[in-house]
Design a protein around this ligand. Sequence first.
Ligand code: GH3
Ligand code: MG
Ligand code: MG
Ligand code: MG
Ligand code: MG
Length: 310
Amino acid sequence: MNQDTPGLARPAAGRRGRILVVDDQPANIVVAHQILRERHDVFMATNGEQALEFCRATPPDMLLLDVEMPGLNGMDVCRRLKQDPMTQDIPVIFVTGLQNPQEEVACWEAGAADFVSKPVTPITLLNRVNAHLTLKFQADQLRVLAYHDGLTGIANRRNFDERLDKAWRHCQRARSTLALILSDVDLFKKYNDSCGHHAGDECLRQVASAIQDQMRRPYDLAARYGGEEFVCLLPETTLAGAVTVAIKIDAAVRALHIQHPASSVDVCVTLSQGVAVIEPDAGEDGERLLRLADDQLYLAKRTGRGRVCA
Ligand code: GH3
Ligand code: MG
Ligand code: MG
Ligand code: MG
Ligand code: MG
């Protein structure tokens, strides 16, 4: 089937999907591959364990899943995918020879996005796949928009709030410390006044990127906290470790050499930073950690700006 086949729906932006076809009978995989390969990248697994492993290692955009397989059956696979935050958003279309309504109910309950019955009609399979891929791509795009700052592209406040909650609980369980850095651009109102808002926006983009570059571990998060204020969340980090990161951020921002003609701190843009660390306690949430870091930030401002206080 080519692009112009009548009745053929196109997925969002004509993007190719990564589709995992899971079936214990290789002949069924071959049929699906022939139908999908022109528009999508098709991967295959011949049992449930293989499918789960593939999804955890390199999450596909969609699964076409056989119901009856030896070992883990399709419903088991679907249930497990839906339980894991890493894989729960992957749509699952069951490809089934079942005629039994109770089994259909069980598939929906396991988290199916849709059904296609065997033997498959090529255009029906392709249209179902394209329709669900479109939804998946749009949902992915919405998540990116909802969790990232429009100006700088780094994580936004909502993203940070959710991650702070998770990191708090993680460090509480692991009995480790959680560190936080608040970084505020010095005399930024004056920067805007002397260089213009457009330059101000560009300055924030560069500062955000310099801060982001200092996040070296997968669980570290840099976010725009608001206005000209940024926050870094560093799980399982000591105060000394976090201060080291703050000093690197300070150096990286100075190294941008963004001229600040109205600054009394330096000839170029600088940050004031407050660092705090806490051993998360069951009785509270991240608010206290934020307050502690904010107190240190205030101290950095009061004692001359362009410095790190902890
Ligand atoms: P301080 O050193 O005490 O932090 O002084 P400041 O001028 O940086 O702090 P203040 O809170 O007085 O001003 C922050 C300024 O940041 C004012 C606001 O217009 C500017 N700002 C906030 N968000 C943006 C933005 O998205 N783009 C631009 N260009 N400016 C912004
Ligand atoms: Mg089978
Ligand atoms: Mg400021
Ligand atoms: Mg302010
Ligand atoms: Mg501020």
